[in-house]
Design a protein around this ligand. Structure first.
Ligand SMILES: Cc1cc2nc3c(=O)[nH]c(=O)nc-3n(C[C@H](O)[C@H](O)[C@H](O)COP(=O)(O)OP(=O)(O)OC[C@H]3O[C@@H](n4cnc5c(N)ncnc54)[C@H](O)[C@@H]3O)c2cc1C
Length: 1009
């Protein structure tokens, strides 16, 4: 029996009596939180998951699980027969059977006949972009909604026990898809296995796999056969590159995900050559363990048009088709079936049959996950996000999942989730410290933004210690020094990480998604992992959340910050085209929220449109700003500019305030950030989510103010930070201690020896609080071009009385204004008369528009800044003066002016202000920039890879609408616009608009815009 299935069975039979103490229904914010439980030793085969409501996000006739070419053909076939269909793809694209395995060629004699096949293979070999985009288009045209990055985790049943859909896991959490018929288009027929279909056992011993490598020299050796493939002309007129298909014999223990993960690594060991430019993401295999079907095909493949569809229906399981190599047929026939033209042909037929079958089934009732009551289990519970397909989605319908046992699929000292910029180094460091280490990475390559994200170049960074080792190691793949525009060879960097992990004894699970945490009494004790074969828990003494988005910490219940009702500021994101052999493709053309699968879907679909002539599309969403935890320490720009030192520094960062958009910190509203590089000490506490133990968070998910993060997020520094986290985790795991109780000095000494840290960190103390003399001195200086402002704002309680005195004493007008300005920004009205006079007398100056790439310095004009400060004084006399300014604005006005008046008026405005903002919004060109469907998104997203116009228009409309709403609204216009944006495909706008709408109209806003 498959290990996964066996675990479920064993778990269901063998647990201790379960106490309901640990159970809680999901809380309002959608994260299933865990209450305290009595400590009971962990059962080693399964853990407890309490009863919970899972949001039901789709209600369809047919659900297709798996985004293969056959799966897409099936979805289209079903839709054409009038069925309502949803498709859940596992990869961040469609066509995983072709692009994931790199089987992009037609064999001799294969001629596409269907419309879809003709488009997919408009040329052979097809480029990945051609395949992926064609399949997207096919679903869009057929009106089939689909999502990327989803793994099926459970099969739903109705009250009568019949199949009624699936539960899927993705970066938005878990959701239910209610459906009458399932088409299981996964490689290993995972859904059929979950549904209880019977399969041949997976044979242990040597198994045959195929892997394609493009570029480099063919490797030879024991158990390796080589077939030369036609050269790849990657894009029109591009250089051709030789390709090799390897047939490999690899030992397999069993059919578990862990065995496949191990086989993948062995295959990469055997076939690596430094000339490699591209390769299969996953191994291809004709499954040796077919299912028992309603019928069995013993002879040769009869062709897609003739094959009996009962061979695709598991025996004893109704309402389910298996569209893949596990169908019940001879293995020779399965090999033919898995050729893309045949798979698409059968897919269309199965889709049509599924649609027909669905017609005869009444809507399933009492749909849920009904587990037999289990005799459970250890204390603790699974924490996960259950807020729906969109985090902010309000009150979706739910299905009940009864209390159950989640199988344990691994046990390690340290589990790193996310093998990216911070995660790969963390894994290497932990494993080198002899911790049993697992790295779980969703994509099929390590290195994150610096490799899969195509940003193969440092920007600043403290290039010492581990980072230096990485660079030397990567450069070591070359015979001669090679330096193409300062960018590294992405394949080499991925391979260096992989090798070092393996050398140190770590396990690597590629294609696996961390989607929850196992938590007991606030201590994270494991990670819930969704794999192509299902969902299980990997127990860990310490978890390192290197998702860059705090996925695991958030699931465990950590407090996090991101765009919300108080703020819409977010750095520009990219999603780059991938040209063959490209190393560095930096884009900034949108905003994307990694944890909103609708938004991610929108970005992937649009990007393929934008970059359709490229060889491929990047797979990693290149977000510069992501969800961050609130840690034991939250680093602010004031800490950075005051060169704050700490007793627990574990990393040094070196960069500047590379903000890719607008800043929100009061410091920068008063005095723009400059472009000077700065060295920053990063304390260990930034990695510790407040209130949680057993977990460290690295990279973009660590604890820092959004305006501080740009200085500490550069790759060289995140690599060293990840390394430090790995050593710290290993120390805690080895000592069996809390991550807060490790010997921080010992960690620092190790990092000093490694070269990551300078020696002074060993004696550094917290340099805060600043002395009162320093504050006094800064207040005296600050009127001179805002010199020392970072000191003044670091201790406002000390500075305020001095600022008030200084304002009163100042005789110089410029100085008086500076004091009034700072006081106003701090919410103090002492200098309001000066501010009123200034705003009244000064004409609009040059404002600022959203600038993504290359944005440094001011994001508000001097007058914008005074207006914001004036609003913060709360003095109602300001309303009239600001309204006069509003009247001078029009569609050619910059975003910063709109933002400034919006920020001020929503604090102090009322009906008159509302009317004037509404008048501005009604000017031609100001409204109508939301996009709530993909066609609008396509039309309104410009072709440029660093566009800002679309964002400027939306941001301007949104900030004005919310100010209008908060001023009490006018003819319902503010509410109407906010409602539109609350359905926007771009999650940041949607979440922000929804949060504002939840406030009572007329309530004044906070200051985060
Ligand atoms: C467009 C762009 C341009 C940049 N330019 C530069 C530059 O020129 N130079 C420079 O030094 N820095 C640059 N940066 C900054 C720097 O690259 C990033 O800040 C840094 O790489 C982030 O590291 P990370 O480890 O936090 O995230 P990542 O490197 O993104 O790693 C996160 C990893 O976790 C994986 N993952 C996420 N969620 C899950 C999950 N739930 N389960 C399993 N796996 C998961 C992802 O697939 C990814 O591999 C840029 C960043 C961006 C986005």
């Amino acid at each position: 029996m498959d290990k996964f299935v066996r675990f479920i069975v064993v778990a269901a039979l063998s647990f201790l009596p379960f106490t309901q103490e640990g159970c809680k229904r999901p809380l309002e914010d959608g994260v299933h939180k865990i209450s305290s439980t009595k400590a009971v030793p962990i059962n080693r085969e399964a853990v407890n998951e309490s009863v919970r409501d899972i949001p039901a996000s789709y209600d369809v006739d047919v659900v297709v699980v798996g985004g293969t070419s056959g799966g897409v053909a099936a979805a289209v076939g079903a839709a054409q027969k009038g069925a309502k269909v949803f498709l859940a793809a596992q990869r961040p694209y469609l066509g995983e059977d072709l692009c994931g395995t790199y089987r992009l060629w037609l064999e001799e004699g294969e001629v596409p006949t269907t419309e879809l096949a003709k488009k997919v293979f408009a040329q052979s070999p097809a480029t990945p972009m051609q395949v992926k985009r064609t399949l997207d288009e096919a679903l869009l045209e057929a009106g089939v909604p689909f999502l990327y990055g989803c793994y099926a985790t459970d099969v739903l049943r109705d009250g009568g026990g019949d199949i009624a859909g699936v539960v899927i896991a993705n970066r938005s959490g878990r959701q239910a898809v209610r459906a009458k018929v399932i088409i299981d288009a996964t490689t290993r027929a995972s859904v059929a296995r979950m549904a209880g279909a019977v399969f041949m056992p997976y044979p242990s011993g040597l198994q045959t796999f195929k892997r394609v490598v493009v570029g480099g020299e063919a490797q030879s050796g024991n158990g390796i056969e080589v077939r030369k493939m036609p050269a790849i002309p990657p894009v029109k007129d591009g250089p051709a590159c030789g390709a090799v298909e390897y047939v490999l014999k690899i030992p397999m223990k069993d059919g578990s995900f862990a065995s496949f993960a191990q086989a993948e690594q062995i295959a990469r060991d055997k076939t690596w050559h430094r000339g490699q430019e591209d390769a299969s993401e996953t191994l291809f295999q004709i499954p040796p363990d077919p299912m028992k079907g309603k019928k069995s095909l013993a002879g040769p493949w009869p062709g897609a048009a003739k094959v009996d569809l009962d061979v695709f229906r598991p025996m004893g399981v109704n309402r389910l088709f298996v569209l893949g190599g596990c169908a019940d047929m001879s293995r020779d026939a399965a090999e033919k079936l898995l050729r893309p033209l045949e798979l698409m042909g059968v897919g269309s037929r199965i889709g049509e049959a599924a649609a027909l079958e669905a017609k005869g089934i009444t809507t399933p009732q009492n749909v849920g996950l009904h587990a037999k009551p289990v005799l459970a289990v250890a204390s603790g519970d699974v924490g996960e996000n259950l807020s729906g397909i969109r985090m902010m989605q309000a009150g979706p319908a739910t299905i009940v999942a009864s209390q159950r046992a989640v199988p344990v699929i691994g046990e390690y000292d340290v589990v790193v989730v996310g093998g990216g910029t911070g995660g790969a180094p963390a894994g290497i460091a932990a494993a080198r410290q002899e911790a049993r280490t697992l790295v779980v990475e969703y994509l099929y390559g390590l290195g994150g933004v610096g490799t899969m994200g195509l940003i193969g170049k440092y920007y600043y960074g403290y290039i010492n210690g581990f980072t230096k080792e990485v660079d030397e190691g990567v450069a070591g793949f070359a015979d001669i020094a090679e330096n193409k525009g300062g960018a590294w060879n992405i394949q080499w960097k991925m391979e260096w990480y992989r090798r070092e992990l393996r050398k140190a004894g770590a396990d690597i699970w590629l294609g696996a998604l961390g989607c929850g945490a196992f938590v007991e009494n606030g201590r994270v004790k494991g990670v819930v992992v969704a794999t192509p074969q299902g969902r299980g828990v990997v127990l860990a003494r310490v978890v390192i959340d290197s998702t860059g988005n705090a996925d695991i910490a958030a699931a465990a219940g950590a407090a996090c910050v991101y765009t919300d009702g108080s703020g819409i500021a977010v750095q520009g994101a990219g999603l780059p085209p991938r040209q063959f052999g490209a190393r560095y493709t930096n884009t900034d053309w949108t905003f994307i929220d990694d944890s909103d699968v609708i938004d991610v879907w929108r970005a992937f679909v649009i990007a393929k449109d934008k970059f359709k002539s490229a060889y491929d599309l990047g797979q990693l969403v290149d977000t510069r700003e992501r969800r961050r935890v609130v840690g034991d320490f939250v680093m602010s720009p004031l800490d950075i500019l005051n060169h704050r030192t700490y007793p627990d520094t574990i990393a040094i960062a070196r960069s500047n305030f590379d903000s890719h958009g607008f800043t929100i910190h009061p410091l920068f509203l008063l005095r723009p950030p400059d472009r000077k590089e700065i060295l920053v000490s990063v304390p260990y506490r930034c990695l510790l989510p407040k209130g949680l133990d057993g977990i460290l968070v690295t990279g973009l998910g660590a604890s820092a103010h959004r305006d501080a993060m740009p200085v500490i997020r550069m790759q060289a520094d995140i690599q060293n930070q990840g390394y430090a986290a790995g050593v710290a985790a290993a120390m805690a795991a080895k000592a069996g201690k809390s991550v807060r109780d490790i010997d921080i000095r010992a960690l620092q000494k190790h990092l000093v020896e490694k070269g990551n840290l300078p020696e002074n960190v060993l004696t550094d103390k917290d340099s805060f609080p600043l002395s009162k003399e320093k504050v006094k001195d800064a207040v005296e200086r600050v009127a001179n071009e805002y010199e020392g402002l970072e000191v003044v704002l670091a201790q406002p309680e000390d500075a305020m009385p001095l600022l008030r005195e200084a304002y009163k004493a100042a005789t110089d007008e410029k100085q008086k204004l500076a004091y009034a300005h700072i006081l106003g920004m701090l919410g103090d009205a002492t200098g309001v008369d000066t501010l009123l006079e200034t705003v009244k007398s000064q004409p609009w100056d040059k404002g600022w528009n959203f600038t993504g790439m290359g944005q440094y310095g001011a994001s508000v004009s001097p007058l914008d800044s005074i207006i914001i400060a004036l609003g913060r004084t709360g003095d109602k006399r300001a309303v009239k003066i600001i309204i006069e300014k509003v009247e001078q604005l029009d569609p050619n006005s910059e975003f910063s002016h709109c933002r400034a008046v919006a920020m001020a008026l929503e604090k102090i405005g009322g009906a008159t202000a509302a009317r004037s903002v509404a008048t501005l919004l009604k000017k031609p060109g100001m409204m109508g920039h939301s996009f709530t469907d993909i066609e609008q998104a396509r039309r309104r997203t410009p072709a440029s890879d660093s566009d800002t116009m679309e964002r400027n228009c939306s941001l301007r409309e949104l900030v004005l609408a919310e100010a209008l709403y908060r001023c009490g609204d006018y003819e319902g216009l503010g509410g109407k616009i906010l409602k539109e944006y609350s359905r926007d495909l771009r999650a940041h706008y949607a979440r922000h608009a929804q949060a504002v709408l939840k406030e009572k109209a007329g309530r004044s806003g906070k200051d985060r815009r």
